[in-house]
Design a protein around this ligand. Structure first.
Ligand code: NOJ
Length: 597
């Protein structure tokens, strides 16, 4: 291993972070107050549950005051808690409860844009002379078409609605303002030092209250190419085109990140993770996550999340292709090795609120194999180098909801709704295209991660009291897939929850190997088995992970250079995992963890 800071111990490298989607986690409210939404007091109730699972840090998706145009990623006041979720006093109590249990709270920082209901924007829109005018990005129209309709300053498409312009028209002052995601999410003008100072102030506000750090929403989109050029035309049939190359890791991005570090982060002992889409080059990424970069601890990269996308299409989210195991290996192993080599740090995640369920995407979510697939993914995630992020429900192998759910009724996400509306406008009912659109929603919609947490087999899955309608429909399978059943499960194998709990314990008792250790692929070309060696950074202990990524039993020839000493755990306890020192029999979707000589 290259000499570097990679192996220097840091608390934020070793923790297990658990992401909570507050609307769907747990409602604490009694029948006379319940509104179908989860809340902060519901999270407080579940702290002992999280502790028992092995969680160290809780990250909550946004709970600030918001009109919820994009489920809180449209903030109307950074210092007030949305009344659906509770109050500042509740958050203070959550921080205290977590700290009392030796845990920490991480918040979502959404400062690339605000809601159009934020007072800053309301003032900005009032007049061209408003002192807040330059807090956002305003531009005159490029001209007017023959019908008198103003033409947006460039051809960029919205990210969550690609048939709309990224620019929204404001009638009173007759200018456009930039809204990269939806028309309700207005991009802040980071070129204005007052905006930068206001963001720093928000960060100090939360850190001084005891928050341990931030997940920073689309943070690499804060600096835009100030000439706002037209994007190349990728799909001539669309009026608007993806413009990300003009606003991803833009000209002043690193300067702004250094500013955040110098003025805020360096004053506290924080954990920071940036959500950083559209960037893949290591030479660029390392400027943010390198151990001496003075920007962020780590970022989320999305190559593995985009493995099913057809990249040649303009809007690749709504496309699907088959992929081979070696492609996944290239991505996962690639990041493992690159971060060690370049002295950075990985954020390991297979689910979040923006992705369909991992067991449905990467493995097999049928009743026969769902548990096996979920445990295989748990084995993989808990043995990779980096900081582990676990998303609510992943610990019980929650899966996508069924294909029969109606896009007009059961889907709630603005991105899915925009896509479905667009397709309905373009194609007639019963057409092949609409059928395909439903398949895409079934496989890839963000909604699948957002259904209420399945706590028990009681009505509403124990998420809220019976008789109340949750903001989003509960997945039909909650009677069999739920926390209570899995914690209480007694059988030959472990339940998915029990397996996660054990896997996290194994990781924590061998940090030298799994958090800080070296990484080496084994039998890379094998399209059925994904295997790798982890070697302790200091101890030089060698551990082998071997996973059968197929629905059939496989006998795997252990390469001659590896001598398996002891099989420490299998995702299927009942299996005899070793036939002799040279072959391992892996059942369908089984993974094993072994110590080597
Ligand atoms: C990324 C967030 O994770 C997603 O949910 C949101 O829609 C966009 N950023 C815009 O804030």
């Amino acid at each position: 291993m290259a000499l570097s800071n990679y192996t220097s111990p840091k608390w934020w490298k070793e923790v297990i972070v658990y992401q909570i989607y507050p609307a769907s986690f747990k409602s604490s409210k009694p029948a006379n107050e319940a509104n179908g939404w989860g809340d902060v007091r519901g999270i407080i109730e579940k702290v002992p549950y999280l502790k028992a699972l092995g969680v160290d840090v809780v990250w909550t998706s946004p709970i600030y005051k918001s009109p919820q145009a994009d489920m809180g990623y449209d903030i109307a006041d950074y210092k007030t808690i949305d009344s659906r979720y509770g109050s500042l006093a509740d958050v203070d109590e959550l921080i205290k409860t977590l700290n009392d249990n030796d845990m920490k709270l991480m918040m979502d920082l959404v400062v690339t844009h605000t809601s159009n209901q934020h007072d800053w924007f309301i003032q900005s829109a009032e007049s061209k002379d408003s002192p807040k005018r330059d807090w956002y990005i305003w531009k005159p129209p490029r001209g007017y078409d023959s019908t008198g309709r103003p033409i947006p300053p460039n051809n960029w498409a919205q990210i969550l609605n690609d048939s709309s312009s990224a620019w929204t028209w404001e009638k009173k002052t007759r200018e456009f303002y930039l809204t990269l995601h939806t028309s309700q999410q207005v991009d802040l003008n980071w070129e204005n030092p007052e905006v930068v100072a206001a963001v720093h102030d928000v960060m100090h506000f939360w850190l001084s209250r005891g928050v341990a750090g931030f997940r920073m929403d689309v943070i690499n989109l804060i600096s835009k190419d100030q000439s706002f050029p037209d994007a190349p035309v990728i799909d001539p049939s669309c009026e608007f085109q993806p413009g990300e190359k003009f606003y991803t890791n833009g000209p002043r991005f690193h300067e702004f990140m250094h500013g955040i570090y110098e003025s805020v982060l360096s004053k506290y002992d924080t954990i920071t993770v940036g959500e950083a889409p559209y960037v893949t080059e290591m030479s660029e990424i390392i400027k943010t996550v390198g151990s001496t970069a003075k920007e962020l601890n780590m970022i989320f990269t999305f190559d593995h999340m985009e493995i099913e996308d057809i990249k040649t299409k303009g809007e690749s989210k709504w496309s699907l292709r088959d992929w081979k195991l070696s492609e996944l290996k290239t991505i996962i192993s690639g990041w493992q090795k690159k971060m060690i080599q370049w002295d950075g740090w990985n954020a390991i995640f297979f689910e979040c609120h923006d992705q369909a369920r991992s067991v449905s995407r990467y493995t097999d979510d049928s009743d026969e194999f769902r548990e096996r697939g979920a445990k295989l993914l748990a084995l993989m995630e808990s043995t990779l180098g980096g900081t582990v992020y676990l998303y609510q429900g992943q610990e019980i192998g929650m899966r996508n909801f069924p294909p029969e759910w109606d896009p007009d009724v059961d889907y709630k996400d603005v991105e899915s709704i925009n896509f479905w509306q667009k397709m309905k406008k373009l194609y007639p009912a019963g057409s092949k295209e609409l059928k395909e659109a439903r398949e895409l929603l079934q496989k890839k919609a963000r909604d699948h991660a957002r259904t209420p947490m399945q706590w028990s087999d009681e009505p509403n899955a124990g998420f809220t009291v019976p008789g109340v309608t949750p903001w989003m429909r509960v997945n039909d399978d909650y009677r069999t897939v739920n926390v209570k059943a899995q914690i209480e499960f007694v059988g030959q194998d472990l339940s998915v929850w029990q397996y996660w709990q054990q896997a996290l314990q194994v990781r924590k008792s061998h940090k030298d190997v799994f958090v800080y250790g070296e990484f080496e692929d084994v039998d890379f070309g094998n399209e059925q088995v994904y295997a790798y060696l982890r070697t302790g950074a200091r101890s030089k202990e060698r551990w082998l992970v071997a996973m059968n990524w197929t629905g059939n039993d496989v006998v795997w020839e252990v390469p001659a250079c590896i001598e398996v000493d002891e099989v420490v755990s299998s995702s299927l306890q009942a299996t005899t995992v070793r036939e002799d020192g040279t072959k391992v029999k892996l059942q369908a979707w089984e993974g094993v963890l072994a110590r080597c000589k």
